[in-house]
Design a protein around this ligand. Sequence first.
Ligand SMILES: Cc1cc2nc3c(=O)[nH]c(=O)nc-3n(C[C@H](O)[C@H](O)[C@H](O)COP(=O)(O)O)c2cc1C
Length: 328
Amino acid sequence: MKLTTHHSPLTTDLSVNIAGIKMKNPVMCGSGTFAFGEEYAEFFDLKEMGAIVTKTITLKPRKGNPPPRIKETYSGMLNCIGLQNPGTEAFIRDKMPVLRKPGIPIIVSIGGETEQEYTDITRELKGVRGVSGIELNISCPNLHPHLSPLPSRERKEKERLRMFAQDEKAAAGVVRRVRRITRLPLIVKLSPNVTDIKIIARAVERAGADAVSLINTPLGMAINLEKRTPCLSNTTGGLSGPAIKPIALRMVREVYNTVRIPIIGMGGIMDARDALEFMVCGAKAVAVGTANFVNPRAIPEIIDGIRKYMVENRIKKIGLLVGSLKAK
Ligand SMILES: Cc1cc2nc3c(=O)[nH]c(=O)nc-3n(C[C@H](O)[C@H](O)[C@H](O)COP(=O)(O)O)c2cc1C
């Protein structure tokens, strides 16, 4: 008889539930960095992802801003894509059938210039098979050509030009209206371009958000010194990549200490360690953005790395890590 000492392999459970969206692992893509998934399917099996978040769609098609709209910067990039997308009708007709194929949760990111636009898109999405949740992008820095100064004369114009995520009442207002017309899980994407993100997080939680995702891109600029012009067509753009990770971690922690709803953390996640840092700070799930452009296999590699870390550290459930930061 052969004597063997048998150690049962440690089971690792990576699954998370974000407001009813059941994900087999906590890793999704950041909106706008993965298009509608098609291009990445040749690099890995999209089934491996926790969820897919679409490029933000608007009610009508948008061409976005003219080029140049991407500029590499130290440890990151600036973009002013301007929400280029095919519009809601074409999205449902042409993109949803492709998105449904991997059988993973699909979170549709929606954006608009008015509250009405958000509710119109939400209504159109009603009953569309395979939509697992809605992410309200109230924080796109490139939607409006001139964020400030606001023309003070016409109130209507003012409404239109505002970034919802920069104003507590505006943020809560749009969430409340969308909340009234859908039962789908509502994730609200917050902007770092604010004085105090806690105030906005609390306001959207009260208005009925099921989760928050953060951060969208902080606004930045790059200059062509020879020409003395901005490098981007829109003058300013959103900064992403490792350059913003410390800001994002700080904001995730602040929001974690403020709200009860789950947080999806993002901003400069390049590898598994980055993702784990966000989870320790309080993110229940994470999104990978700019890293997809650098390494199209970033997402599956991050998932593997998280699993390896859990095995090495004998962590059975990923949830045990969430918010486990030892800090005063
Ligand atoms: C080229 C590009 C396009 C983006 N488009 C969107 C978008 O359509 N909607 C949105 O909510 N966020 C958009 N984002 C923001 C990302 O989803 C993410 O919040 C941000 O880039 C921070 O994560 P990262 O540093 O991992 O890229 C975009 C980012 C980039 C770089």
